[in-house]
Write a protein that binds this ligand. Structure first.
Ligand code: HEC
Length: 275
Protein backbone atom coordinates (compact mmCIF):
# COMPACT_ATOMS: atom_id res chain seq x y z
CA UNK A 1 0.00 0.00 0.00
CA UNK A 2 2.70 2.40 1.02
CA UNK A 3 4.58 1.61 -2.19
CA UNK A 4 1.58 2.28 -4.39
CA UNK A 5 1.19 5.65 -2.73
CA UNK A 6 4.88 6.55 -3.16
CA UNK A 7 4.67 5.49 -6.80
CA UNK A 8 1.74 7.80 -7.35
CA UNK A 9 3.52 10.71 -5.66
CA UNK A 10 6.63 10.19 -7.76
CA UNK A 11 4.49 10.07 -10.91
CA UNK A 12 2.78 13.34 -10.01
CA UNK A 13 6.08 15.00 -9.22
CA UNK A 14 7.67 13.79 -12.47
CA UNK A 15 4.55 14.93 -14.34
CA UNK A 16 4.83 18.44 -12.94
CA UNK A 17 8.54 18.59 -13.65
CA UNK A 18 7.90 17.43 -17.21
CA UNK A 19 5.38 20.23 -17.59
CA UNK A 20 7.88 22.85 -16.38
CA UNK A 21 10.50 21.34 -18.67
CA UNK A 22 8.14 21.45 -21.67
CA UNK A 23 7.59 25.15 -21.03
CA UNK A 24 11.25 26.10 -21.31
CA UNK A 25 12.69 23.37 -23.53
CA UNK A 26 13.89 24.02 -27.08
CA UNK A 27 11.87 22.67 -30.00
CA UNK A 28 11.90 18.85 -29.99
CA UNK A 29 14.26 17.05 -32.37
CA UNK A 30 12.94 13.91 -34.04
CA UNK A 31 14.88 10.66 -34.54
CA UNK A 32 14.18 7.11 -35.51
CA UNK A 33 15.18 4.40 -33.04
CA UNK A 34 17.79 3.20 -35.57
CA UNK A 35 19.39 6.65 -35.73
CA UNK A 36 19.54 6.81 -31.95
CA UNK A 37 21.13 3.37 -31.67
CA UNK A 38 23.68 4.26 -34.34
CA UNK A 39 24.76 7.39 -32.46
CA UNK A 40 25.31 5.58 -29.15
CA UNK A 41 21.73 5.63 -27.80
CA UNK A 42 21.33 9.41 -27.69
CA UNK A 43 21.38 12.19 -30.29
CA UNK A 44 24.90 13.49 -31.02
CA UNK A 45 25.86 16.13 -28.49
CA UNK A 46 22.93 15.19 -26.24
CA UNK A 47 23.06 16.42 -22.67
CA UNK A 48 20.63 16.00 -19.80
CA UNK A 49 18.99 19.30 -18.91
CA UNK A 50 17.29 19.85 -15.60
CA UNK A 51 13.87 21.55 -15.76
CA UNK A 52 13.48 25.09 -14.37
CA UNK A 53 12.38 25.25 -10.74
CA UNK A 54 11.05 27.65 -8.14
CA UNK A 55 13.97 29.45 -6.43
CA UNK A 56 11.80 30.76 -3.58
CA UNK A 57 10.70 27.24 -2.66
CA UNK A 58 14.32 26.12 -3.00
CA UNK A 59 15.37 28.75 -0.48
CA UNK A 60 12.82 27.28 1.97
CA UNK A 61 14.29 23.80 1.42
CA UNK A 62 17.84 25.07 1.95
CA UNK A 63 16.70 26.16 5.41
CA UNK A 64 14.53 23.12 6.14
CA UNK A 65 17.25 20.63 5.16
CA UNK A 66 19.83 22.65 7.12
CA UNK A 67 22.22 23.02 4.20
CA UNK A 68 23.21 26.37 5.73
CA UNK A 69 24.89 24.57 8.63
CA UNK A 70 27.77 23.64 6.32
CA UNK A 71 27.37 26.22 3.54
CA UNK A 72 27.57 29.94 4.25
CA UNK A 73 25.75 32.35 1.93
CA UNK A 74 26.72 35.97 2.54
CA UNK A 75 23.61 38.09 3.19
CA UNK A 76 21.49 34.98 2.59
CA UNK A 77 19.44 35.45 5.75
CA UNK A 78 20.33 32.04 7.19
CA UNK A 79 21.76 31.25 10.63
CA UNK A 80 25.59 31.23 10.63
CA UNK A 81 27.40 28.20 9.16
CA UNK A 82 29.99 26.04 10.87
CA UNK A 83 29.83 25.70 14.62
CA UNK A 84 31.32 22.24 14.96
CA UNK A 85 33.84 19.99 13.25
CA UNK A 86 31.10 18.06 11.45
CA UNK A 87 29.79 21.06 9.57
CA UNK A 88 32.35 22.24 7.07
CA UNK A 89 31.61 23.06 3.44
CA UNK A 90 32.37 25.53 0.68
CA UNK A 91 30.73 28.95 0.83
CA UNK A 92 28.00 29.18 -1.80
CA UNK A 93 27.80 33.00 -2.10
CA UNK A 94 27.43 34.08 -5.73
CA UNK A 95 28.22 30.66 -7.15
CA UNK A 96 25.09 30.38 -9.33
CA UNK A 97 26.87 31.76 -12.38
CA UNK A 98 29.89 29.49 -12.02
CA UNK A 99 28.32 26.06 -12.44
CA UNK A 100 25.55 24.62 -14.61
CA UNK A 101 22.30 23.42 -12.99
CA UNK A 102 23.16 19.78 -13.65
CA UNK A 103 26.38 20.11 -11.65
CA UNK A 104 24.42 21.38 -8.64
CA UNK A 105 21.95 18.51 -9.01
CA UNK A 106 24.81 16.02 -8.99
CA UNK A 107 26.43 17.70 -5.95
CA UNK A 108 23.19 17.17 -4.04
CA UNK A 109 22.42 13.62 -5.20
CA UNK A 110 25.98 12.25 -5.28
CA UNK A 111 28.40 14.40 -3.23
CA UNK A 112 31.27 11.99 -3.94
CA UNK A 113 31.12 12.27 -7.72
CA UNK A 114 33.24 15.45 -7.61
CA UNK A 115 35.12 16.13 -4.38
CA UNK A 116 35.82 19.81 -3.82
CA UNK A 117 38.98 20.16 -1.70
CA UNK A 118 38.84 22.22 1.46
CA UNK A 119 39.45 22.12 5.23
CA UNK A 120 37.35 19.33 6.74
CA UNK A 121 35.41 18.72 3.51
CA UNK A 122 36.57 15.13 3.14
CA UNK A 123 36.40 12.61 6.00
CA UNK A 124 39.06 10.07 7.03
CA UNK A 125 37.38 7.52 4.71
CA UNK A 126 38.20 9.76 1.72
CA UNK A 127 34.54 10.57 1.13
CA UNK A 128 32.65 13.87 1.30
CA UNK A 129 31.21 14.69 4.70
CA UNK A 130 28.12 15.97 2.87
CA UNK A 131 25.22 13.53 3.12
CA UNK A 132 23.72 12.44 -0.23
CA UNK A 133 20.09 13.45 -0.67
CA UNK A 134 19.20 10.94 -3.42
CA UNK A 135 16.99 8.88 -1.06
CA UNK A 136 15.20 11.73 0.64
CA UNK A 137 14.44 14.43 -1.95
CA UNK A 138 11.51 14.47 -4.36
CA UNK A 139 12.17 15.48 -7.96
CA UNK A 140 10.41 18.83 -7.58
CA UNK A 141 12.38 19.53 -4.41
CA UNK A 142 15.64 18.80 -6.20
CA UNK A 143 14.68 21.05 -9.10
CA UNK A 144 13.67 23.90 -6.74
CA UNK A 145 16.86 23.61 -4.66
CA UNK A 146 18.94 23.82 -7.84
CA UNK A 147 16.92 26.87 -8.99
CA UNK A 148 17.80 28.52 -5.68
CA UNK A 149 21.52 27.77 -6.06
CA UNK A 150 21.44 29.07 -9.68
CA UNK A 151 19.85 32.29 -8.38
CA UNK A 152 22.91 33.01 -6.19
CA UNK A 153 24.71 35.37 -8.53
CA UNK A 154 26.08 38.07 -6.21
CA UNK A 155 29.42 39.35 -7.45
CA UNK A 156 31.39 38.69 -4.25
CA UNK A 157 32.50 35.46 -2.68
CA UNK A 158 32.67 32.30 -4.73
CA UNK A 159 33.77 33.87 -8.00
CA UNK A 160 36.31 32.22 -10.26
CA UNK A 161 37.82 35.27 -11.96
CA UNK A 162 36.80 37.11 -15.11
CA UNK A 163 34.01 36.20 -17.50
CA UNK A 164 34.81 33.58 -20.12
CA UNK A 165 36.03 34.84 -23.50
CA UNK A 166 33.43 33.03 -25.54
CA UNK A 167 31.07 33.63 -28.43
CA UNK A 168 29.15 32.01 -31.27
CA UNK A 169 29.99 32.52 -34.94
CA UNK A 170 28.41 30.59 -37.81
CA UNK A 171 28.63 26.86 -37.11
CA UNK A 172 30.91 27.32 -34.13
CA UNK A 173 31.09 28.13 -30.44
CA UNK A 174 34.51 29.69 -29.90
CA UNK A 175 36.24 29.98 -26.55
CA UNK A 176 39.54 31.72 -25.99
CA UNK A 177 41.79 31.02 -23.01
CA UNK A 178 45.23 32.17 -21.98
CA UNK A 179 47.55 30.44 -19.54
CA UNK A 180 50.05 33.02 -18.32
CA UNK A 181 52.62 31.07 -16.24
CA UNK A 182 55.87 30.63 -18.15
CA UNK A 183 56.06 31.79 -21.76
CA UNK A 184 52.27 32.17 -22.11
CA UNK A 185 50.00 29.83 -24.03
CA UNK A 186 47.07 31.00 -26.14
CA UNK A 187 44.26 28.49 -26.68
CA UNK A 188 41.18 28.55 -28.88
CA UNK A 189 38.55 25.86 -28.37
CA UNK A 190 36.24 25.50 -31.36
CA UNK A 191 33.14 23.35 -31.03
CA UNK A 192 30.16 22.58 -33.22
CA UNK A 193 27.34 24.92 -32.14
CA UNK A 194 24.79 22.14 -32.74
CA UNK A 195 26.38 19.14 -31.05
CA UNK A 196 29.05 20.63 -28.79
CA UNK A 197 31.73 18.37 -30.33
CA UNK A 198 35.21 19.86 -30.90
CA UNK A 199 35.86 20.61 -34.58
CA UNK A 200 39.34 19.64 -35.89
CA UNK A 201 41.04 20.44 -39.22
CA UNK A 202 40.34 24.18 -39.25
CA UNK A 203 42.84 26.92 -40.06
CA UNK A 204 42.70 29.31 -37.09
CA UNK A 205 44.40 32.66 -36.51
CA UNK A 206 44.08 35.20 -33.71
CA UNK A 207 44.74 38.92 -34.17
CA UNK A 208 45.47 40.80 -30.95
CA UNK A 209 44.87 44.55 -30.74
CA UNK A 210 45.19 47.18 -28.05
CA UNK A 211 45.83 50.89 -27.44
CA UNK A 212 49.40 51.67 -28.60
CA UNK A 213 50.07 48.12 -29.79
CA UNK A 214 50.85 47.05 -33.30
CA UNK A 215 48.15 44.51 -34.30
CA UNK A 216 49.65 41.06 -34.13
CA UNK A 217 48.34 37.99 -35.94
CA UNK A 218 49.23 34.57 -34.60
CA UNK A 219 48.62 31.35 -36.50
CA UNK A 220 47.45 28.56 -34.21
CA UNK A 221 48.21 24.87 -34.58
CA UNK A 222 45.99 21.94 -33.50
CA UNK A 223 47.23 20.41 -30.28
CA UNK A 224 46.13 18.49 -27.23
CA UNK A 225 46.93 19.17 -23.59
CA UNK A 226 45.46 18.76 -20.13
CA UNK A 227 42.55 20.94 -21.27
CA UNK A 228 41.80 18.74 -24.27
CA UNK A 229 41.94 19.35 -28.01
CA UNK A 230 42.46 22.99 -29.00
CA UNK A 231 44.18 25.31 -31.44
CA UNK A 232 47.13 26.87 -29.67
CA UNK A 233 50.39 28.80 -29.78
CA UNK A 234 53.00 29.65 -27.20
CA UNK A 235 53.06 33.46 -27.14
CA UNK A 236 53.42 36.17 -24.54
CA UNK A 237 50.38 38.45 -24.86
CA UNK A 238 50.91 42.12 -23.91
CA UNK A 239 48.98 43.47 -20.90
CA UNK A 240 47.61 46.33 -23.05
CA UNK A 241 45.72 43.89 -25.28
CA UNK A 242 42.02 44.80 -25.55
CA UNK A 243 40.53 42.57 -28.23
CA UNK A 244 41.23 39.27 -29.91
CA UNK A 245 39.80 38.61 -33.37
CA UNK A 246 39.64 34.92 -34.19
CA UNK A 247 39.45 33.97 -37.86
CA UNK A 248 38.42 30.44 -38.80
CA UNK A 249 38.86 29.33 -42.40
CA UNK A 250 37.30 26.56 -44.42
CA UNK A 251 37.83 23.09 -42.99
CA UNK A 252 40.35 20.81 -44.70
CA UNK A 253 38.20 17.77 -43.82
CA UNK A 254 36.10 16.23 -46.54
CA UNK A 255 32.51 17.29 -45.89
CA UNK A 256 30.08 14.48 -46.70
CA UNK A 257 26.77 15.22 -48.46
CA UNK A 258 24.86 14.68 -45.20
CA UNK A 259 26.75 17.67 -43.70
CA UNK A 260 26.70 19.71 -46.90
CA UNK A 261 27.45 23.40 -46.40
CA UNK A 262 28.78 22.97 -42.86
CA UNK A 263 32.30 24.03 -41.72
CA UNK A 264 33.09 25.57 -45.13
CA UNK A 265 32.16 29.23 -44.59
CA UNK A 266 35.00 31.27 -43.06
CA UNK A 267 33.99 33.21 -39.95
CA UNK A 268 35.57 35.83 -37.72
CA UNK A 269 34.64 36.71 -34.18
CA UNK A 270 35.98 39.50 -32.00
CA UNK A 271 36.18 38.91 -28.25
CA UNK A 272 37.13 41.33 -25.49
CA UNK A 273 40.45 40.31 -23.99
CA UNK A 274 39.77 39.43 -20.33
CA UNK A 275 42.01 36.53 -19.32
C1 HEC B 1 27.54 18.10 6.79
C2 HEC B 1 27.88 19.25 5.97
C3 HEC B 1 27.06 19.47 4.70
C4 HEC B 1 25.70 19.55 4.52
C5 HEC B 1 24.61 19.35 5.57
C6 HEC B 1 25.49 19.89 3.14
N1 HEC B 1 26.69 20.00 2.48
FE1 HEC B 1 26.97 20.50 0.52
N2 HEC B 1 28.98 20.16 0.70
C7 HEC B 1 29.62 19.86 1.88
C8 HEC B 1 31.03 19.67 1.60
C9 HEC B 1 32.08 19.32 2.64
C10 HEC B 1 31.21 19.87 0.22
C11 HEC B 1 32.55 19.80 -0.54
C12 HEC B 1 32.95 18.36 -0.77
C13 HEC B 1 32.16 17.80 -1.90
O1 HEC B 1 32.45 18.12 -3.03
O2 HEC B 1 31.20 17.06 -1.62
C14 HEC B 1 29.89 20.21 -0.31
C15 HEC B 1 29.64 20.52 -1.64
C16 HEC B 1 28.44 21.04 -2.09
C17 HEC B 1 28.24 21.62 -3.39
C18 HEC B 1 29.32 21.80 -4.46
C19 HEC B 1 30.03 23.10 -4.19
C20 HEC B 1 31.11 23.48 -5.19
O3 HEC B 1 31.73 24.55 -5.00
O4 HEC B 1 31.37 22.77 -6.17
C21 HEC B 1 26.93 22.02 -3.45
C22 HEC B 1 26.24 22.71 -4.62
C23 HEC B 1 26.32 21.67 -2.19
N3 HEC B 1 27.27 21.08 -1.40
C24 HEC B 1 24.99 21.91 -1.87
C25 HEC B 1 24.38 21.48 -0.70
C26 HEC B 1 22.95 21.57 -0.44
C27 HEC B 1 21.93 22.15 -1.39
C28 HEC B 1 22.73 21.02 0.80
C29 HEC B 1 21.42 20.80 1.49
C30 HEC B 1 20.45 20.00 0.77
C31 HEC B 1 24.04 20.63 1.32
N4 HEC B 1 24.99 20.92 0.38
C32 HEC B 1 24.25 20.07 2.57
C33 HEC B 1 29.04 19.74 3.14
C34 HEC B 1 27.68 19.75 3.40
Amino acid sequence: MRHAFTGLTVLTVVGLAALAWAQQAPAPRRYTMEELHRSGGVPRGWKFTLPAGDAAKGRGLFRELECYKCHAIKDGGFPPAGGDAKSAGPELTGMGANHPAEYFAESILAPNAVLVDGPGFVGPDGRSIMPGFADSLGVTQLVDLVAFLKSLTGAEGHAHGAAAMEGTAGDYVVRLAYAAPGAGHLMVFVSDATTGEPVPYLPVTVTLRGEGLKPRTVRLAPMVGAQGFHYGASVAVADETETATIAIGRTTMRVMPSAKGRFVRPVTIRLDWSP
